[in-house]
Ligand binder design. Structure first.
Ligand code: FE2
Length: 695
């Protein structure tokens, strides 16, 4: 949290804390009277959170500092209690400093918090930590009452804040992964990350063991794949996993239906691409003889029930070559109509945009021969797989959350109310993203091995998608309005995203009201302004031209920005992460690659389809990764359920409690709604949404 070199930490407080204060009470420095303090130190309960080393403690108050000596041996999962007599009244307690002594063994200690009872603590003073104490560094824990710079009229913490940020900016450095991409944390592997950003042992073990299990399965079953080939669509049953949920089975049974194809754009793994048509897309060239289709499209357009999904972002992306075999990528356009019963049905599929000097691309219709229509839909599903994983999930969920986390760690000190509000939403994001960069989208990573856009195309897509990262697209009320999805009853994603956004917004507003009394308070908070610039200008590489703010001028602007941060780290990611296993377990519904070029005629057989779909080894790898990442996480913290208390005092606690109550009501109502639905939608159910991006 705030590891300060001993000298820095001491000096920060020695400069200020020892000065007499007009507001202070009780006997001052030099009194012979002994003063009793009771100290409660809480150690983390994860394996190895305790330490064999003794810990040296100091109490820092307005009147001075008391050295308590090497008093404490922190034990795993325990609260250690100490009673000390101090020869001076410290006045209001400002901080606790601690340093671990080196013994024969040097073991790190995860300190949760320290509570102190005694004079000047108004009952008790709470010092949040939730950090590792390592080596011989001195950690300084400030009392948990959130303070802006301007609240600190006596300048008690001014130096401390500056030094903490200077230190953090050294530890949390911006890195760069690929040119033109929003910035990650510096570091090549997870071992380079700050210790406080690493997985705790329970997460680490669960992650490693489940990966080993899936890879073992892959190795055993995968050897048989070399002697068997996919001859017909049903052969993908060989890699179909046994899952605890019913949806993958349902997808396997109904994947050919137009209604399920359309449904996925509303409520599937990737609900981010669908938009209501305002006009017929320029790329849709209808050749002579298709006047009927034109009339139908215009009729739906006029009625406001015409929708489109345009994959133009994929146009011209270089396809992968996997084991000397060329793979294929297209950039389809799908036009769909929203029926009065809520079903979204495809009307036309164009697999490629028109090319200058070439005949207009073939258009596929539901009335085409069934295999031709099915292959066109499969091409769309494969294109959706690419944009889903790269644009919606990795870029807009994982990488965006990392920008927010790193910028916050670099710009907001631990005393700042917005730091305290956001900190629980950064857990494990830097490590999971580092793992993804090194294993999924790296050279020889999963994308290179089995995905049609791997080996560079995927980076191109991420770079192209960066230009679509608008501020409005991260705020569901704006995003859904822009896409014409507000009020669409069958868009369960839209309803749940709006509701979750409203609950998060109310939580943020209540918390902001506690610390910012006016717009001027916001404008005059220099740390807040630096933070906002760090996100927009540095982390997002100058996203002000896409609507991201460079400064925050009012409480309303602050609330929207902070709600965007929390929604991105939680709902945004969950809505594109949780559906992976449901929708990609049946390979033909979401193929990671296509092995044949798109059809140039409507004379298509089942054999043409299976020859286009992934081979069995590729399919098994897709299942292995999807199962590993898409399974429900046993080690998880649901939205708003974090146990860390960064704020002192009852009012922030009440605000969090209210947030939790509203989330519980939403959760229950989704449960009830889902019970009456043919296809339940649960990716934004608060009890399933993680509090941060961790997988
Ligand atoms: Fe994820």
């Amino acid at each position: 949290m705030k590891p300060l070199p001993r000298k820095q930490g001491r000096d920060a407080f020695l400069e200020t804390a020892g000065k007499p204060s007009r507001d202070s009470e009780g006997p001052s420095r030099g009194s012979a009277e002994m003063v009793k303090y009771k100290i409660l130190v809480a150690t983390g309960d994860s394996v190895f959170a305790g330490s064999a080393n003794l810990v040296h403690l100091w109490l820092v108050g307005e009147h001075g500092e008391a050295d308590l000596g090497k008093q404490l041996r922190p034990l795993l999962g325990r609260k250690t209690e100490l009673e000390v007599d101090v020869p001076l009244h410290l006045g209001r307690l400002l901080a606790v400093k601690l340093r671990k002594q080196k013994g024969l063994l040097d073991s790190d200690w995860f300190c949760k918090s320290i509570t102190v009872q005694g004079p000047g603590t108004q009952g008790e003073a709470f010092f949040p930590c939730y950090s590792w104490v390592q080596g011989k560094e001195t950690i300084c824990l400030t009392e948990g009452t959130a303070l802006k710079v301007t609240d600190d009229t006596q300048n008690l913490f001014r130096k401390y804040r500056e030094q903490e940020l200077e230190n953090r900016r050294n530890v949390y450095r911006w890195g760069s992964w690929k040119e033109g991409l929003i910035l990650p944390i510096a570091g090549s592997t997870e071992r380079d990350l700050p210790r406080n950003q690493r997985f705790m042992k329970d997460k680490d073990l669960d992650f490693s063991l489940s990966l080993v299990k899936e890879l073992k399965n892959f190795a055993i079953k995968g050897t048989l794949d070399f002697v068997s080939r996919v001859q017909k669509l049903e052969d993908y049953q060989k890699v179909f996993p046994h899952t605890k949920t019913a949806l993958p089975e349902r997808v396997r049974g109904s994947w050919k239906e137009d209604a399920l194809f359309g449904y996925q754009f509303l409520n599937g793994a990737n609900p981010m691409l669908l938009r209501r048509s305002m006009r017929l897309p320029a790329r849709l060239v209808l050749p002579p003889g298709m006047e009927d289709v034109q009339t139908q499209l215009e009729k739906e357009l006029k009625a406001g029930s015409l929708f489109e999904v345009d994959f133009s972002l994929l146009d011209g992306v270089k396809p992968n070559i996997i084991i000397f075999k060329q793979q294929y990528v297209t950039a389809p356009l799908v036009m769909l109509k929203l029926q009065p019963d809520g079903r979204l049905l495809p009307m036309v599929i164009q697999l490629q945009p028109p090319r200058h000097g070439c005949p207009p691309p073939l258009l596929f219709l539901p009335s085409d021969p069934p295999m031709a229509w099915l292959l066109a839909k499969i091409w769309v599903r494969s294109s959706d797989f690419q944009l889903h994983q790269l644009q919606s999930h990795l870029l807009r969920g994982h990488l965006m959350a990392e920008v927010i986390s790193v910028a916050t760690m670099r710009s907001l000190p631990s005393l700042h109310p917005i730091y305290k509000l956001l900190a629980p939403h950064f857990r494990y994001t830097m490590e999971i993203n580092t793992l993804a960069r090194n294993n999924l989208v790296s050279e020889w990573g999963i994308f290179d091995l089995v995905v049609s856009t791997g080996s560079g195309g995927h980076v191109d897509i991420l770079q192209r998608a960066t230009s679509c990262l608008t501020y409005r697209s991260f705020c569901p009320p704006d995003d859904l309005a822009d896409r014409g999805l507000v009020g669409v009853k069958s868009s369960l994603y839209a309803q749940d995203a709006l509701r979750l956004w409203e609950i998060i917004s109310r939580y943020v507003e209540r918390m902001v009201e506690l610390f910012y009394r006016s717009d001027t308070d916001v404008k005059e908070d220099p740390e807040l302004q630096v933070w906002c610039r760090e996100v927009t200008e540095v982390g997002l590489l100058g996203a002000q031209d896409r609507g991201f703010p460079l400064s925050l001028e009012s409480r309303a602007e602050l609330c929207r920005f902070v709600a965007m941060c929390i929604f991105t780290c939680t709902g945004q990611h969950a809505s594109t992460h949780l559906g992976q296993l449901d929708w990609y377990a049946w390979i033909p519904n979401g193929p990671c690659t296509m092995r044949k070029p798109p059809p140039i005629s409507k004379d298509v057989t089942e054999r043409d389809i299976v020859d286009s779909l992934p081979c069995l080894q590729q399919a098994r790898m897709q299942i292995t990764v999807t199962k590993f990442l898409g399974r429900r996480q046993p080690v998880m913290v649901a939205l708003g359920q974090h146990k860390e208390e960064y704020f002192s005092g009852p009012r922030p606690r009440d605000v969090l409690k209210q947030f939790q109550e509203e989330l519980a009501i939403m959760d229950k109502e989704i449960e009830v709604r889902n019970a009456s639905l043919d296809l339940p939608y649960e990716y934004l159910r608060p009890s399933l949404v993680e509090n941060s991006v961790t997988i």
